[in-house]
Design a protein around this ligand. Sequence first.
Ligand SMILES: [Zn+2]
Ligand SMILES: [Zn+2]
Ligand SMILES: [Zn+2]
Ligand SMILES: [Zn+2]
Length: 796
Amino acid sequence: MDLPVDAWKSYVFQKWSLLPKSIQDAISTADTLRDLFLHSSSLLQPEDEMFLKSLSGGYLVGKDPSAPPFYREEGNKKFQKKDYTGATVLYSKGISHARPHTADISLCYANRSAALFYLDEYEMCLKDITRAQMHGYPESLQPKVTLRKVECLVTLGRLQEAGQTIRHLESSFAAKPTLAAAQFQILQRNLCRLKMKVKERENLTATFPEVVTKVFEDMDLREENEQIASASSSVGLRVDPLRGRYLIATKDILPGELLVKEDAFVSVLNPGERPPLHHGLESKWDTRVTNGDLYCHRCLKHTLAMVPCDGCSYAKYCSHECMQQAWDLYHNIECPLGGLLLALGVFCHIALRSTLLARFEDAGKVLKKLCGEISNKDMCSPESENLIQALSSDVGGESEKNGTGVKTPVPGCDINGKYENNYNAVFHLLPHTENHSPEYKFLCAVSVSALCKQLEAADSSKPEAAVPPVLCSELNIWGVAMLKQMLQLQCNAQAITTIQQTALSGSKENNVTDSRLVRLATGIFPVVSLLNHSCSPNTSMSFMSTVATIRASEKIGKGQEILHCYGPHHSRMGVADRQQKLRSQYFFDCGCPACQKEKHRAAVGPRWEAFCCNRCGAVLQGGDVLSCGSTSCTESVSREHLISRLQDLQQRVGSARNLLSNGQLEQAIQLLLAYRHDAENFLSAEHSMVGEMEDALAQAYAALGDWQKSATHLQKSLRVVEVQHGPASVEMGHELFKLAQLFFNGFAMAEALHTVQRAEKVLMVHYGPCSDEIQELQKMKSCLMDSPPFSLGPSV
Ligand SMILES: [Zn+2]
Ligand SMILES: [Zn+2]
Ligand SMILES: [Zn+2]
Ligand SMILES: [Zn+2]
């Protein structure tokens, strides 16, 4: 996903292996990124471009009039089965493939408005009706959507507008009675009903309370840092030769304190794994749903009512505003390159988009900033120097004025020493050129130069200059900059995640939700990138739209380093795997306290991976042969045997989970209980697999509506999570949240209140008071507080 598609990767690697040794050497030992780029670029042949073109062509990213009728039909099938969400997504797919101002697009919008109506999404429904009409919805069908519009307006309490719309509709019938008599009668009856509804609502509105608005306190940094944009004043920027740039606490920091709140400089939505096309199937149109169908391609907001780009079927947005902004900032250039960008992967796409964004930072200013650094040779890598010189040669006098005198203390800061979320900062993230393999560098260079060639071609084919002058006249220079970025991304790309809630139980009212962290996009956050890694960090990170927030997850004393986990967390991965991952992806050996501690007791391993003795239940210890830890027991067993037993169990639990998701609850429970019993013979009670089974059992009982049993199993799963991730971890917060919902739905008031408070305490530290989770918990709490004290039913 991040890298180019496999077919292109292996093509380029093959090309590399066939290069004469002398050329390979010249590229491997290129002194500068500029040489690397120009040399690789000169090797790109027309047939290579043709091959890449054929790969890009496999992505259906254009408009195609045959798609909308297909998707509308499929959507209608879902609609009839009352799967309104499923229908909405399929109508959206139809909309994105339809050309603007056609019957196709307007019909899809109108159908989607109906599905949204049944999902109680009245605002979105209204917008879709307007869109349908804007794109030329057929006159004869107007009354149908207009009635829907009135229903929405009434439900939303916008009674004046509702009244106006009714009157308008009535007068248009009177003017041209195009409807058959029977239809007209139905319409009349509906209008009558709606008029009465308006009346009723008018009498009621006085008693309706004002909508509670979200609390926005603590959403922003209390005091912004003077040196580092987007950081709080409790944070300081330091640099030393060993650690590079890093952040420290300049005062004592308490758990939950907001330290960084930064909007991505650039972000690109992850398209999700796209399966190759299977020709010969009944339809070439894919009905599967990916994140690209559910999240705005600019702001990453979740929405069921996407608005597509007018030019392609790939880019979709939450609103017309997002679409326009994306178009003005970058999509006007990216739109014709859709398939190519998908084939070249997210990293290449980010590199292009950053460059397109850099244009808006007043090119002169960017160059000045870059030139400012020439004076400080020690801080400046040879590559960037070279590029800066190349860049500055085009602005002539400008650089000379600024190239003298002022020194910048930390790379990436401006001449006043301020570190900002801008291209200058992005440009100074380390590319680790010396650590990447020659093939990898060649792959990046060739991919970027293929992209540059396409940009050039797009430019010359369009007289109105799609590529703005700054880009096209210096395409090679920006090509080097893009290459540098691509190389930076392996270490500096930040996954933007969101918590996806899935309902455990079917019914809409008594929802218990399971939360899963999913990767939505990849972005660059220059300030977040200043943080060093620890496998047991003292901060916690979360995202809202494209904004990252970092909060202290524990007390951080003045002068201590602020640390963040790059992925391999000590509660999810063993020390050997973490070390390996950090070395291969980030090129360093982790010496964090967790790693040092674990290296010393590697023989025992963590409790959530421990096997236990068949005979006495004590924890087993050792390498290839494990022996019982209890002195009075002589049991021993081979690790291989235990591992195959565990794998076997994993597989069975997997199939029990499948039964569960197919609604075969009783069967799933029977199996899970048996497996659970079996596991007691060889897994410790805190083994993560045991936790997984307990969690599945909790889900199954919740789906049956047996809250008590569900809660009992969830509490056991909670214990495993607590051992593995710690009592104050975000994972623990989510489990407590689930448990609170269970108690709440089961009317176990005392337990519910207690658990809500625990969940709130934990999640507040990680997400802050404005998160959806905290808001939901507070709603539950106030509901519980209002109830008569603990008299409403059974306790677990
Ligand atoms: Zn948006
Ligand atoms: Zn487009
Ligand atoms: Zn570590
Ligand atoms: Zn034993």
